[in-house]
Design a protein around this ligand. Structure first.
Ligand SMILES: Cc1cc2nc3c(=O)[nH]c(=O)nc-3n(C[C@H](O)[C@H](O)[C@H](O)COP(=O)(O)OP(=O)(O)OC[C@H]3O[C@@H](n4cnc5c(N)ncnc54)[C@H](O)[C@@H]3O)c2cc1C
Length: 396
């Protein structure tokens, strides 16, 4: 094309022309997930959020399995074998509906299934992965404890050998999908170091009371896991890893999805703000005609599409096998922080209506408070980058 060729028209929905980076198969994945979320989540989610529940979660999981969204970027065992970019696009579309739905998918695919796929035995993979990919079995991932969050090396949950069996005792806290899970991937201290266990949740001694009174991620199941002398056979341990690198590599995979997902929540708020700004009139004209509102919208659009570009870049690196955990930290730190800022700015544009569940803005903003904290807080990712930049470890 010559330098004098006419560029395509400006598209407010895609100001940087980022769709041109996508292949037809990528667009097909995005459209499928977007249509599913528009049909199954958007009409109901405000009500779920208001009641603080996710009714029909098992049916939703089966439908998500049906569109290939569970364990999407894993190969074999009924998984879709999608690219990292396609998985990211799915996360963005799901989180544009609600962070709770994206969390369901992230924990299932990137934490529970990923752990079994990467570190499990062939028997464990065959036992769990096909049913998890189909959404017939929901998984959860137990790392955080009541007294142990950012520093999982200090975990107290332990597993002791008794003959050939393992006996697990301890408590996990803030576990997404916990009370609806059929299998819990639980990380515990052993004499050999930290090990992962695939725990069938019907095992005696296991219980998962749901955590109530959340003001964020209300359309998501969050639970405590109680492990009271849970006796497991020798083959319940994930044989492929010992040490914290096991859970940390799962978290890196899930965080990658969040880099995209957060931009979905931001897009939803941005769109609500543009709609509102062009229809709401004050002082005799649409509020979008005031320079101060336009400055907000312009800044929101810049951060939104920079964030999507960053997510795409990281996705390509992941597909090429070149993505480093520090780069995932870079993406999570930036995109969740900026998404929250976009949602809060959208809230101001909607004025009083911004606090109403009639609009998605406040729901997304409160959801992102959790997203800012889970999968590594802002401060943890700053410390990861600080260490990578200086060579100095400031964690302790
Ligand atoms: C809705 C929700 C769902 C979740 N789902 C799961 C799940 O499925 N599985 C799971 O295992 N966990 C889950 N979590 C837990 C989440 O991963 C933890 O909340 C997170 O790791 C932070 O731990 P914490 O809350 O104990 O905070 P803490 O670690 O106690 O940190 C509190 C504050 O201190 C700061 N801080 C800590 N250490 C340092 C330091 N060295 N320097 C500077 N600042 C520091 C932190 O950044 C933070 O601001 C979930 C959390 C929420 C809210």
């Amino acid at each position: 094309m010559s330098a004098s060729a006419k560029p395509p028209p400006f598209d407010p929905a895609d100001p940087l022309g980022l769709d041109e980076l996508l292949e037809p198969e990528d667009l097909a994945v995005r459209d499928t997930v977007r249509a599913w979320a528009a049909d199954r989540v958007l009409p109901e989610v405000a009500g779920w959020y208001e009641k603080g529940e996710l009714p029909g979660i098992r049916e939703l999981a089966r439908e998500l399995g049906g569109i290939g969204a569970l364990g999407m970027s894993l190969d074999g065992y009924g998984c879709a074998g999608a690219s990292a970019v396609q998985y990211g696009l799915a996360c963005l579309e799901l989180e544009a509906a609600d962070s709770g739905i994206r969390s369901l998918v992230s924990v299932q695919g990137s934490l529970a299934m990923y752990a079994i796929h990467r570190f499990g035995s062939e028997e464990q993979k065959r036992e769990w992965l096909p049913r998890m990919a189909a959404g017939e079995v929901i998984g959860c991932f137990g790392l955080t404890e009541p007294d142990v969050g950012s520093d999982p090396a200090a975990m107290r949950t332990h597993a002791k050998k008794d003959g050939t069996d393992w006996v697990l005792s301890g408590r996990k806290m803030w576990i997404t999908n916990g009370s609806v899970a059929g299998v819990a991937v639980v990380w515990a201290r052993t004499d050999e170091g930290i090990r992962g266990f695939a725990v069938p949740t019907g095992t005696p001694g296991f219980s998962a009371p749901e955590i109530k009174h959340k003001w964020s991620l209300r359309a998501s199941v969050t639970s405590e896991l109680v492990l009271d002398g849970v006796r497991l056979p020798a083959d319940a341990v994930l044989p492929g890893v010992t040490g914290l690198k096991g859970p940390l590599s799962c978290l890196s995979h899930a965080r990658y999805g969040i880099v995209w997902g957060a931009m979905g929540a931001a897009r939803s708020c941005f769109e609500a703000a543009v709609d509102y700004a062009t229809s709401r009139e004050q002082f005799g004209r649409p509020i979008g005609g005031f320079q101060l509102t336009q400055a907000k919208l312009a800044d929101m659009a810049v951060e939104l599409h920079k964030g999507i570009l960053l997510a795409h870049h990281l996705g390509r690196r992941m597909d090429a096998g070149r993505l480093r955990p520090e780069q995932v930290s870079f993406g999570k730190l930036n995109n969740v922080r900026e998404a929250l800022d976009i949602c809060r700015t959208a809230r101001t544009i909607l004025g009083a209506n911004g606090i109403s569940l009639e609009y998605p803005v406040m729901r997304h903003a409160t959801n992102l408070e959790s997203v800012l904290t889970y999968e590594g807080t802002v401060e943890m990712h700053q410390l990861v980058l600080g260490k990578a930049l200086t060579g100095l470890d400031a964690f302790r």
